[in-house]
Design a protein around this ligand. Structure first.
Ligand code: SAM
Length: 167
């Protein structure tokens, strides 16, 4: 089974470069029912348990308007992942897949994304369904589900460009 930080048959780890600060700021914290990777869903579901996203100051005013979206895209930092595998065996059966062909939490920059169903906004807290992260996972960002969002800024030429562009 996956699930903790072991290396399985045929998996390949590399010596990663020392982590450099990309300038990310954790803007909140996610509370979920799961404290073990053995129990956490592999992908969240919209009929799953209610989870709580707490936004930290000074970012709380940035929530203005989110309540108008039925679904949000949540980006989070899978902080308890190893980050050094290039080949992984999700089924633990010796068959390996490249990290970039998987949605595994084990990746060089362990960013997770989920589309969640927004149930309520209570001040600095969002109640959502559809997450698949451990309790206490740091929040990187949230934004409207792209299929619900219409750009508010005026259109610009690239919006209408089709075919092969000059690079
Ligand atoms: N939905 C996201 C995505 O596709 O980008 C994440 C999918 S990932 C397969 C979900 C798994 O990551 C969970 O089942 C759990 O094993 C693991 N996980 C969740 N939170 C984590 C955390 N904070 N640190 C490390 N691993 C975590």
């Amino acid at each position: 089974m996956v699930r903790e930080n072991e290396i399985r048959e045929n998996e390949v780890a590399i010596e990663p470069p020392a982590p450099a600060d990309a300038g990310l700021v954790f803007v909140g914290r996610i509370s979920t029912p799961w404290t073990s990777r053995m129990e956490t869903p592999r992908q969240g579901r919209h009929d799953g348990p209610l989870c709580r996203i707490e936004i930290f100051e000074p970012w709380v005013p940035a929530l203005k308007g989110v309540e108008t979206f039925e679904r949000l895209e949540i980006l989070y930092w899978l902080d308890r992942s190893r980050r050094d595998l290039v080949l992984q065996s999700p089924a633990s059966n010796g068959k390996v897949h490249g990290t970039f062909s998987l949605r595994s939490p084990v990746r060089p920059n362990p960013i997770g994304t989920s589309i969640v169903k927004l149930e309520a906004v209570e001040g600095a807290v969002l109640l959502v369904r559809g997450l698949d992260c451990l309790d206490g996972t740091p929040l990187l960002d949230l934004k409207p589900d792209r299929s619900l969002f219409k750009p508010i800024a005026p259109p610009q030429p690239g919006d209408f460009q089709t075919g092969d562009g000059e690079t």
